[in-house]
Design a protein around this ligand. Structure first.
Ligand SMILES: CC(C)(COP(=O)(O)OP(=O)(O)OC[C@H]1O[C@@H](n2cnc3c(N)ncnc32)[C@H](O)[C@@H]1O)[C@@H](O)C(=O)NCCC(=O)NCCS
Ligand SMILES: Nc1ncnc2c1ncn2[C@@H]1O[C@H](COP(=O)(O)OP(=O)(O)OP(=O)(O)O)[C@@H](O)[C@H]1O
Length: 260
């Protein structure tokens, strides 16, 4: 875990006068003696927090949120900060073209999840893995076992190769916690969007039914667990610009703490 804390001299972001983007209430301040995460971790401080000055690296910020909460859209709308975005959904899509992955998928799921042209049929695979039956769960675990090691490798490679010219590396991964990829993050930001609004947006933009969203959401950590893990919460129930302004504020605050 590379999680770091702001230096004692810095102004904790959540104490800013801006109220629209909130620090997680469970993490009311960054004092190390009362750090929520510090106590939960059970590690000595020196084990968990490398000396920032001695190991200055580009910070990694993970984006959390419910399915269709706007994780990808909001971060891409932020301007004025140089960051490198790792898009794990896109990596997952690209890996479906990988011959070794395809062989493993054909062996586990059969020809049904392939189109006539040989490409993986994502909608057929989705039908097999999203749902609450034991078969769905088994299939989902199998899919994850086939594809997640490669996603993990890609995340590691991208973080390592991210230019030092960028201010931050953003990890946009729906399964950030489930995959244990939060271990690579210094900070976690939760994009908060009520279910009804998410249902409406994914219906309009992806053609998903409320059931489709629910099946995918049931395959992931609960909203509450994700929110609880986050350091900051950004509200995306309004316009994308409003959410992006909050995101920018949080990121700017983090990056200006001077501890890195
Ligand atoms: C099952 C697949 C083919 C469905 O493709 P489809 O185009 O319908 O969905 P897409 O990949 O765009 O994912 C949309 C959303 O579904 C959810 N989701 C995707 N995969 C999973 C999964 N394995 N478990 C839980 N939720 C998932 C996420 O919220 C994701 O943002 C595809 O999602 C896939 O290959 N998933 C396994 C790889 C993976 O875990 N990707 C997510 C990396 S963070
Ligand atoms: N503030 C907003 N106003 C209107 N539409 C929005 C807003 N935020 C996101 N959307 C739309 O909602 C949909 C979901 O957004 P997005 O794909 O960014 O979510 P996500 O959290 O990355 O999804 P997933 O969990 O599937 O990875 C998209 O179609 C996007 O255009």
């Amino acid at each position: 875990m590379r999680r770091r804390i702001p230096s004692a001299k810095s102004t904790p972001p959540h104490r800013s006068s801006h109220s629209f983007a909130t620090a997680n209430s469970k993490r009311t301040h960054f004092d190390v003696s009362t750090s929520h995460k510090f106590f939960r971790s059970g590690f000595a401080l020196t084990d968990r927090f490398p000396n920032p000055a001695a190991s200055r690296q580009t910070p990694v910020v993970g984006i959390l949120g419910g399915v269709g909460s706007g994780k990808s859209s909001v971060i891409r709308q932020v301007t004025g900060i140089q960051f490198h975005i790792i898009d794990a959904d896109r990596t997952g899509h690209e890996l479906l073209d990988n011959p070794e992955i395809q062989t493993a998928l054909r062996s586990r799921f059969g020809d049904d999840v392939f189109k006539h042209d040989g490409a993986v049929d994502r909608s057929q695979l989705a039908k097999r893995v999203f749902g609450d039956s034991p078969e769905h769960e088994e299939s989902r675990l199998a899919l994850n076992e086939i594809i997640h090691p490669a996603i993990r490798r890609n995340i590691n490679t991208e973080i390592d190769s991210a230019s030092r010219d960028v201010d931050a590396v953003i990890l946009d991964a729906a399964l950030l916690l489930e995959g244990g990829w939060d271990a690579k993050c210094d900070w976690l930001i939760f994009v908060d969007t009520p279910l009804a609004i998410r249902q409406e947006r994914v219906r309009d933009n992806r053609g998903w039914s409320a059931e489709e969203l629910a099946k995918r959401e049931a395959s992931q950590w609960s909203i509450e667990a994700k929110k609880e893990r986050a350091d900051f919460v950004v509200d995306n129930s309004g316009s994308i610009d409003h959410a992006a302004a909050q995101m920018k504020h949080v990121l700017s605050s983090l990056l200006s703490t001077g501890s890195r």
